[in-house]
Write a protein of this length. Sequence first.
Length: 226
Amino acid sequence: MNRPPLDARLEAVLALIRAETHADIGSDHAHLPIRLLREGRVGRGVIVELNPGPLALARRNVVRARLEEVLEVRAGDGFGPLVPGEVESASVTGMGAGTVAGILRRAGERLPPALVLQPNDSPAPIRVWAREHGYHLRAERLVAGYWPYPVLRLERAAGEDPAYRGLPLAAALRYGPHLLRAGSALLRRQVWADVVRLTPLAAPGRTAQTELETARAALAVLEERR
């Protein structure tokens, strides 16, 4: 059985996906959707890839895996090639958070009820987008790699997201409400590194001062949960 290897961040993404129909946006090599199908986590998949090289690679790998009947590869940008309501969930991985948020903003009615996202930098823009567009943050992971990789599962839901209750909002948006409550050693190292980096740069009225206050608020939450 063809089980393409995934790095730790994509293994974390895979673990948060289960749906009958799923789209992987910007799939590159198609290893994630192939694994999702092989392991029975999804019943049918759609791959969307914009760039010609990765598009051709994805098509080759799908053919090699003999999954052409259940895994379709489409050329296009973001959610554009999808029909509204076509998939139950989607993943976007390996891009900057600003890029991911832009893809989500352009998707409109094509957005599915569930999203699993792995940005390569601070996911604060994605958390802000989710709060403004009716998605609740259901689960988060932080995975060690070249830097700490965040992985988020969002689900469409009504009302205020309960994940943020009782936490300083700026800190929760920057570092993640579920992650702050879990208080992993990896997150503690990340927050402390931010405090150390920002302290000599901070001064009243400067961006670094606001960021330092956010990091210190996160550190206080982590210390409360020791």
